[in-house]
Design a protein around this ligand. Structure first.
Ligand code: CP3
Length: 339
């Protein structure tokens, strides 16, 4: 597979491409499918629907990789926390207290997630042989922020305060998420995924003093535990907004590849990371949504900056729901050498 060759650090005839959140609301067929489930979590837990949502962007754009249709918040849900997705608002969770953390039950998490593994088996069976299947999970800090805050956000003041004021409960929370995540990722591999991505979408809000405890160490232990079971499955890390700590993240965690948000200078990243690390991403999703000419120019610049280096074409964050399909078509044509 072209995708796995690139992750193995080999030079490839063309740059592989997929887009974060490629299955989603910018596709009319996704919006139609979504109406068949009573809520977002039951959508994720209905294998036929999750299989279909995963395959939709592959049929349209022939991306080099499919990503399992699920969500990072199935882990808190499986641990017994109340998780809801509210229309036009996003996820709403019952915020955890120090006491509630003691009551979280990693033991039942895997059986709760059985429909996800059924979806993985169905997706792998339906995908073309040359298309890689990416499994994923949220990294512990990012998942913990949703569990502490009760909803999304950007600066996570409550999480930072919780970590400082209740350090034991915070450590316990990270440990429970880490343990459940290791089991979850290994079960995805057993069901047939070829690659894993760890989304640390809110690494941006971790204070420097917490980086080792909340980002580097849990991620390193997850990578080591997964590699001990499945040494050949590449792992992509996405420490969004990690800034100057990018190289430290790669060195400390042992990920095979790192996804770059749009704030990173790709020339600098390629220089500090070295040729053995595969990079991914970097195109600003806003350009693809709202400024297609600029998006194509930026895509060309990324291709030039990474030429001769292993790089997977992607956005710096998920595709925005307002993105016109024609912009995605143009981008894919460019990557395929047609524009
Ligand atoms: O196409 C894919 O990438 C596969 C599926 C996928 C979803 N979420 C589906 C989804 C993946 C990989 C995710 C990861 C995810 N979920 C992350 C990490 C990536 C990132 O964007 O930073 C995070 C932080 C979440 C949590 C989450 N899920 C939020 C904040 C929201 C609401 C905001 C939004 O984008 O709607 C979701 C809901 C969600 N997850 C949707 C989809 C398609 C939209 C819900 C719907 O269709 O009603």
């Amino acid at each position: 597979m072209l995708f796995l060759d690139s992750l193995a650090g080999k030079s490839t005839a063309r740059m592989p491409v997929w887009l974060m959140r490629q299955a989603g609301r910018y596709l009319p067929e996704y919006r139609a499918l979504r109406t068949k489930a009573k809520n977002f979590l039951s959508f994720c837990y209905t294998p036929d629907l999750a299989i279909e949502a995963t395959l939709q962007p592959i049929r349209r754009f022939w991306f080099d990789a499919a990503i399992l249709f699920s969500d990072i918040l199935v882990i808190p849900d499986a641990l017994g926390v109340n998780v809801r997705f509210v229309e036009n608002e996003g996820p709403v969770l019952e915020p955890v207290s120090a006491d509630a953390i003691k009551g979280l039950s990693p033991a039942r998490a895997l059986s709760h997630l059985a429909p996800v593994f059924a979806a993985v088996r169905g997706i792998r069976a339906a995908l073309p042989g040359e298309t890689a299947l990416i499994g994923f999970a949220g990294a512990p800090w990012t998942v913990a922020t949703y569990m502490i805050e009760g909803r999304g956000g950007t600066d996570h003041e409550k999480s930072r305060a919780f970590a400082a004021a209740q350090p034991e409960a915070f450590a316990q929370l990270l440990a429970v998420i880490e343990a459940a995540t290791i089991d979850y990722l290994i079960a995805q591999i057993d069901a047939g995924v070829n690659v894993l991505q760890l989304f640390d979408s809110w690494a941006s809000s971790v204070p420097q003093a917490l980086r080792r405890q909340a980002v580097f160490e849990p991620t390193a232990r997850i990578v080591a535990a997964v590699k001990a079971k499945a040494p050949n499955i590449p792992i992509i890390g996405f420490p969004r907004g990690i800034g100057l700590d990018l190289a430290r993240y790669v060195a400390a965690t042992g990920v095979d590849a790192v996804s770059l948000d749009q704030s990173v200078d790709i020339f600098t990243a390629r220089k500090v990371l070295g040729a053995h690390v595969t990079t991914q991403g970097n195109l600003d999703p806003v350009l693809l949504a709202d400024a297609p000419e600029a998006a194509m120019a930026s895509a060309r610049a990324i291709m030039a900056a990474a030429s001769g280096m292993p790089h997977i074409f992607n956005l710096g964050h998920g595709i925005l729901p307002r993105t016109p399909i024609e912009h995605v078509e143009r981008l894919v044509a460019l990557l395929r050498g047609g524009a």
